[in-house]
Design a protein around this ligand. Structure first.
Ligand SMILES: *Cc1c(COP(=O)(O)O)cnc(C)c1O
Length: 362
C-alpha cells in the first residue's frame, strides 16, 4: 500500500445500498447489478463478488473484456453486455457464456448462427441502439426471424429521462412502446424482459414492470440526477484520499503554479497534495473546488498539475505534512465535485485513474 493517492471502497456500504434498493423493488423482479466501467470506478471484481455473495445472479457490463474478466474471477450468473462486441470476438461470448445485446437487425445478422445467447435492444427514444419500437410489427418480425439463430432470452430498452420528474410523460411513453413490442412476442416466454435503470426502478416501477431492474448509480450511493432525493440510508461507497506532501507559506504578491492563476493577497499557508489530472482529478477544479483536511474545506488554489495540486489550509489549525487529504468522502461527494466542472457524479467516479490504488475496507 502506497499512501499517495488511493481510493477506499466500503464493500459493506455497497451491500447495504443494494439491500435498501432491493427492499424497495417488487419481490418478483430480480435486481441486475450494473458493473460496467470497473463498477463505476469501484472495482468490478470486488463489487460483483460481494453482490454474488448477497444472492445477486445478474450482472451487466459494457464490453467483452469486462465480461470475460468477471467470469474468470468466478461470477457465475448471467452477464449481459449492454453494448457492442465486434463480430470477430463472437466465440468468446460462447466460450464464457456471456449474453450479448443485439443492437440492430444488421448486427444480429452478423452474430447469428454461432450459438450466442442474446437479448434484443429495443429503441424507445434514446436513439442509440436497438430495434425501432415505433415500428412494433417490424420488431416482432425481426425477433421471430432470429429466435432460432440465437438462444434468445429476452429484450430490453433504456430510459433517458427516468431521473427527471418533469419528463415523466416521456418515460411513460418509452415504457408503453417497449411493452407493446414485448406483448407481441409474449408467446415466446422470454425470461429477461427489462427496461428499468436505477431511477426507473424507484420512480417508474409502481407496477413492477419487467423481470428485472438494472441497478447502477444508486448501488454506488450517488444520484442519477443532482436534483433527486435518494432513499434513506443510501450512501456513497467510495472515498478518494491523498496526503499533504509539503507545507509552505506564500507571501502577498506571490503566485502559485502554472500560468500564475492564483495570487496571494496576504500570507497563505499552502499544502501540496500529490494527486493531479493524471490521477483523474479534473483540471477544471483549478481555483474552483476544495478538498477536506481535518474535516474542513481547503480550497484548491492555482492550477491542478499532472501529478500534484495545491490547496489553501490557512484557516485550518494543526495541519502537518503527511496528514490525510480527502478528495472525495465524508462531507464531499462525487455529485458535488461534478457540479464544479459541469459534469455528473458518474463521470467523476469513472475518471479516477488507473494509477490510483484501490483499497477495500469494512
Ligand atoms: C448504464 C446503464 C444502466 C445503469 O444506469 P444507472 O443510471 O447507473 O442506474 C442501465 N441500463 C443500461 C442499458 C445502461 O447502459
Amino acid at each position: 500500500m502506497v499512501k499517495r493517492s488511493w481510493t477506499e471502497v466500503r464493500l459493506e456500504t455497497l451491500v447495504s445500498n443494494y439491500r435498501i434498493y432491493r427492499s424497495l423493488v417488487p419481490k418478483e423482479q430480480r435486481v441486475m447489478a450494473v458493473v460496467k466501467a470497473d463498477a463505476y470506478g469501484h472495482g468490478d471484481t470486488a463489487t460483483a463478488l460481494a453482490l454474488q455473495k448477497e444472492g445477486v445472479t445478474d450482472f451487466a457490463v459494457s464490453n467483452i473484456t469486462e465480461a470475460v474478466g468477471l467470469r474468470k474471477v468466478g461470477i457465475r450468473g448471467q452477464i449481459l453486455i449492454l453494448g457492442y462486441t465486434p463480430p470477430e470476438n463472437a466465440k468468446d461470448l460462447v466460450t464464457y457464456k456471456i449474453t450479448q445485446a443485439l443492437l440492430s437487425e444488421s448486427y444480429a445478422e452478423k452474430m447469428a448462427d454461432k450459438g450466442i445467447t442474446a437479448q434484443f435492444a429495443i429503441d424507445t427514444g434514446m436513439n442509440r441502439i436497438g430495434l425501432d419500437a415505433d415500428d412494433p410489427a417490424a420488431c416482432e418480425r425481426i425477433i421471430r426471424a432470429y429466435r432460432d439463430r440465437f438462444t434468445l432470452t429476452g429484450m430490453f430498452t433504456h430510459f433517458c429521462v427516468a431521473d427527471t420528474p418533469a419528463e415523466d410523460a416521456f418515460t411513460d411513453a418509452q415504457k408503453a412502446k417497449f411493452f407493446a413490442v414485448a406483448d407481441r412476442v409474449k408467446d415466446l416466454e422470454f425470461p429477461c424482459v427489462h427496461c428499468m435503470n436505477s431511477a426507473g426502478g424507484l420512480w417508474h416501477n409502481a407496477a413492477g414492470e419487467g423481470d428485472l431492474v438494472r441497478l447502477g448509480i444508486i448501488l454506488y450511493g450517488l444520484k442519477p440526477d443532482c436534483e433527486n432525493t435518494l432513499p434513506e440510508g443510501i450512501r456513497p461507497a467510495l472515498s478518494w484520499k491523498s496526503v499533504v506532501s509539503l507545507l509552505k507559506t506564500v507571501h502577498p504578491g506571490e503566485t502559485i503554479g502554472y500560468g500564475r492563476t492564483y495570487r496571494a493577497e496576504a500570507d497563505r499557508v499552502i499544502a501540496t497534495v500529490p494527486t493531479g489530472y493524471a490521477d483523474g482529478y479534473n483540471r477544471l477544479i483549478s481555483n474552483n473546488g476544495y478538498v477536506m483536511i481535518k474535516g474542513q474545506r481547503a480550497p484548491v488554489v492555482g492550477r491542478v498539475c499532472m501529478d500534484q495540486m495545491t490547496v489553501d489550509v490557512t484557516g485550518i489549525p494543526g495541519v502537518a505534512e503527511g496528514d490525510e487529504v480527502v478528495l472525495l468522502g465524508e462531507g464531499l461527494d462525487a455529485d458535488e465535485m461534478a457540479s464544479w466542472v459541469g459534469s455528473i457524479g458518474y463521470e467523476v467516479l469513472c475518471d479516477i485513474g488507473k494509477r490510483v490504488e484501490r483499497r477495500y475496507v469494512n
